[in-house]
Structures are given as structure tokens and as C-alpha cells.
Ligand binder design. Structure first.
Ligand SMILES: [Zn+2]
Length: 493
């Protein structure tokens, strides 16, 4: 994670913004219900405060099917994506999020459509308008560019397609899925995905969810079919290809585990990968049943700086599993925590990222303290000392701006908010809040306001006045239970 300091100053508008954002995200639908059934263009974006054009209005995606004829790590290949959707308004045209790649053809319900590319928007005008409420199918044919990658100057670094020596892994967060397939690329939107990928005979393809079929074709290539089983946000899609060994085992309660490991890394990563059942047991004590049907660690043969919680199959770069046990477990527990918090309970907007990353860091540090790592309290005291500086540099926890989205405030700075809440309400009440959160919002998206509301309900008193200054204020509030903790003065420059 970089300590790069953004030159942008925060403006003081964000509590209001957080409220209007929620309205904006439902805007296109709400407007269409009130309007006539005259066909109109679907909105180009959902109005997210970080990425206003991400996601699209006027329809809901029910299913994606990706057909990829993969060749080699850096070789363009024939691809098509089939989007099954339902119109939430009468549509004269609509957008998909799609970046790069070479567009070949677009059909809507089997008929050729007119298209225009505008930045990362693919604007599709069907041969005839789509009535409100009707199901429709969009098929986009393209030549995929498996080298397409973008960069962020925060903890994300490179995202998109990540070529490896003998294949690829995906790093779609935050909005790189549009480089992989045309989609509604926003975390509030999720749909099931079917992956149909052909590879050379000496490679293995893996993806989120369950391996449905593996077929050796007469031309010597192999076709792999995966089903995500549960709906998935585009930023959490994984599709990896390589010379992999698949290692099956069972977790607590018989949960199917499948690690995906480059052949040469099977032995060197085994001792830490084998800790997954312990991690699951520990997290299930805190958060209740694991929310998906299966889990596994995908070891990335890449020097990628960061791991990613791709749903049911976390991507963990090899370096994270070749160092100390404490460091490896922090990364493994962090990504596993995200399966509950970030994957199962999704975020409503990117401004809610603190909920996902703060929780992952909170449980990561808590686990680590109990297993040979640093003191959780000492780490939180350090975060507390820096909190005004981070507010100044990166925005308050729930007030990111686009350039500082994945900076330290969203990690330790947001774990600190949860730590403060636990100090305020007590460990027992905090545990009930957390259980209620992952239970009530399982498989759904939820916002910062939802968290404040649920915490207040479970605690039995309104926590708005406590949590809002922590999440939105320019000054760090006093830490309950630690009157001696002091915030360092802000250094500007
Ligand atoms: Zn994380």
C-alpha cells in the first residue's frame, strides 16, 4: 500500500453526498416508473460518486455467459459475452461498460444492433425498442486483449488482465471487469456468471464457483465450463488460466475447498494454504456460517502487489505465501473475511468501501494478534494517532474521493471506526451487530447508512451521533475507553 499523498483537498459535502448517492443509484428506475412507456435511452451510469458512469440504467442483468477461446498469455483471442437482461424502462438504447478490446458484432434478440463507443461506454441501439418489463438478450462478439491493464496510485496498483508466465489471472477491482467483458460494472449490481473457456490441452482454466464440465475436443483443445452458482459483482469475477495443480480438501462442516496452484508452487505454499480450515473455523465463530458453497486460494504466479477477494476463490500473489507465517495469515484471513464482508454483503457505492475494507482489516488484525502477530490495540492506537492526517490526506473513512479510494484510511483507518464502535457498545453487543449485518444483508448490497441503522437497532439506542463524526467528520473523535489516546496534529504541505 502506497503512502503517496494526494494533492487534492477534501471538500465538506459528503454526508449530503452519501444520501443523494443512494437516491442517484435508484434514479433511473424510479424515473422510468413515473414516466410514460415511450422508449428513452437508459442512463449511461449509476451516478456513483467515485465513478459516475459505472453501471448502467434502464435494465437489470439476470445472467452473463462468457465464451472465451483463450490462446496464450499475451495473444488476442476470440471472445463473446451474452447478457440476459430485463428492461426496467422502455429502452430506445442502452449502455454497457466496455473498455478496450476490438468490437466485432453486437446483436439484441438475435438482430444486429447499432453501436457507438464513447470512452468506456458501449452504446447499443437495438433494431427496435425494448418494451419496459421485457426480457432481452445482448450478444457482444469481440477480440479480447489479455494484456489490457490499468494502474491506480493506491493499494490497487495494476488491475484488469494480469498475464502470468503461462496464463492469466484477473484483478477486476475496482472497475476493471469492463476490460474483460461488457457488463454493468458496479459493485451494487450482481448477476450469475457462466464461464465457457477453451484452452490448450496443457493448461487448466478455473473460475468462480463450480466446475460443471471439462470436455476434450477433437481439435486437441479443452473446454472448461464454470458456474458462479451465486450472483456475483463484476469486481469479484475471477478467471485464471495456467499450468495449475488443483488441490481438493474439506473445510469445517465438509465445505469443499479447492486451491489452484501453479505446479512449481504447490510444495512451497502448502504449509500456509493448509491453514484455511483453521481460518474458516475462527471466522465462523465470529461471523457465522461461511456464505458460499465452496472456497479456495488461487496462488498468483505474478509479482502483483495485492491479493483480491474474488468470490469463492481468492487471488493471493505467491509472495504473500512465501514469507513469514504472520504475514501470510494476515493476507489469507483478510481475503477470507471479505467473502462475508464485501462479497456476500456487497457495497452499495464506492463511498461504502470502508465497510468492506475496514472489516477485513479488523478481523485480519484480531486474528493475527491471537496467532503471533502484532497487538491489535497497539495497531489501532497508531491508526488513531494518524487519523486526522489521514482524514486530511485521504478523506474521512466514508468520504473517499476517486484518487484516494484505496488509501490507508479505508484499511486501518476504517478498522479503527469498528474498533471505536466495539469500545463504545461493548464486545458482546458488537458481536451481535456483526452477526446481524452478515445475516440480514447476506447476498445483498448495503450502505453506510444501513450499517448505522442496523448497529443502532441491535444496540438498542441511536448510534448516529456516535458513528457519523467517526465516518464523516474532519476531526477524529475521542476514543471510548482510551482517554489517554492522542491524535497527532496534521502536517500540511
Ligand atoms: Zn481487502
Amino acid at each position: 500500500m502506497s503512502t503517496y499523498r494526494t494533492p487534492r483537498r477534501r471538500t465538506r459535502l459528503v454526508l449530503a453526498a452519501a444520501i443523494t448517492v443512494t437516491a442517484a443509484l435508484t434514479g433511473p428506475v424510479a424515473v422510468s416508473r413515473a414516466a410514460t412507456d415511450r422508449p428513452a435511452p437508459g442512463a449511461a451510469g449509476l451516478g456513483d460518486p467515485m465513478f459516475p458512469l459505472d453501471g448502467n440504467g434502464g435494465y437489470t442483468v439476470r445472467h452473463y455467459t462468457l465464451d472465451f477461446d483463450w490462446q496464450a498469455p499475451r495473444t488476442p483471442f476470440a471472445a463473446s459475452t451474452t447478457v440476459k437482461a430485463t428492461a426496467t424502462q422502455a429502452l430506445s438504447r442502452f449502455d454497457l461498460d466496455f473498455a478496450g478490446n476490438e468490437l466485432r458484432s453486437v446483436t439484441v434478440n438475435g438482430r444486429a444492433a447499432q453501436t457507438r463507443r464513447d470512452g468506456d461506454e458501449l452504446v447499443v441501439t437495438p433494431a427496435s425498442p425494448i418494451p419496459k418489463g421485457s426480457a432481452f438478450t445482448v450478444k457482444v462478439g469481440y477480440t479480447a486483449d489479455p494484456t489490457q491493464v490499468r494502474h491506480r496510485d493506491d493499494a490497487i496498483e495494476d488491475y484488469g488482465w494480469i498475464p502470468t508466465p503461462d496464463g492469466t489471472v484477473l484483478y477486476p477491482q475496482p472497475n476493471g471487469a469492463k476490460m474483460i467483458f461488457p457488463s454493468n460494472d458496479h459493485p451494487s449490481r450482481r448477476a450469475p456468471v457462466t464461464f465457457r473457456v477453451t484452452t490448450p490441452a496443457d493448461r487448466t482454466a478455473v473460475a468462480n464457483g463450480r466446475l460443471v464440465d471439462r470436455t476434450e475436443r477433437s481439435d486437441g483443445r479443452v473446454r472448461w465450463t464454470y458456474d458462479s452458482e451465486q450472483p456475483i459483482a463484476t469486481q469479484l469475477v475471477q478467471l485464471a488460466i495456467g499450468k495449475f495443480t488443483l488441490i481438493d480438501s474439506k473445510g469445517p462442516g465438509g465445505l469443499p475447498l479447492r486451491d489452484v496452484v501453479p505446479d512449481a508452487l504447490v510444495a512451497p505454499t502448502k504449509q500456509y494454504r493448509d491453514l484455511t480450515p483453521e481460518h474458516l473455523t475462527w471466522l465462523q465463530e465470529k461471523l457465522g456460517p461461511y456464505p458460499f458453497n465452496r472456497y479456495g486460494v488461487l496462488v498468483g504466479d505474478t509479482d502483483l502487489g495485492v491479493a483480491l477477494e474474488t468470490q469463492t476463490l481468492s487471488l493471493v500473489p505467491k509472495a504473500d505465501l512465501l514469507g513469514t507465517k504472520v504475514d501470510a495469515e494476515r493476507n489469507l484471513v483478510h481475503e477470507l473475511t471479505h467473502q462475508w464482508l464485501g462479497d456476500s454483503v456487497g457495497i452499495a457505492t464506492w463511498s461504502d468501501l470502508w465497510v468492506s475494507e475496514g472489516h477485513a482489516r479488523f478481523y485480519e488484525r484480531w486474528y493475527s494478534e491471537e496467532h503471533g502477530g502484532d497487538s491489535f490495540e497497539a495497531a489501532m492506537k497508531t491508526a488513531y494517532e494518524n487519523h486526522d492526517q489521514w482524514r486530511h490526506d485521504y478523506g474521512a473513512p466514508a468520504e473517499p474521493t476517486e484518487p484516494n479510494l484505496f488509501k490507508r484510511m479505508r484499511y486501518d483507518g476504517s478498522a479503527l471506526v469498528l474498533y471505536a464502535l466495539r469500545e463504545q457498545v461493548g464486545a458482546e453487543t458488537f458481536a451481535r451487530i456483526e452477526r446481524a449485518w452478515v445475516t440480514q444483508y447476506r447476498g445483498k448490497t448495503a450502505s453506510t447508512a444501513d450499517y448505522i441503522r442496523l448497529a443502532s437497532k441491535v444496540a438498542g439506542h441511536d448510534l448516529t451521533g456516535f458513528l457519523r463524526p467517526w465516518l464523516y467528520g474532519s476531526k477524529t473523535p475521542p476514543m471510548p475507553g482510551h482517554p489517554d489516546w492522542v491524535v497527532n496534529p496534521v502536517v500540511t504541505g
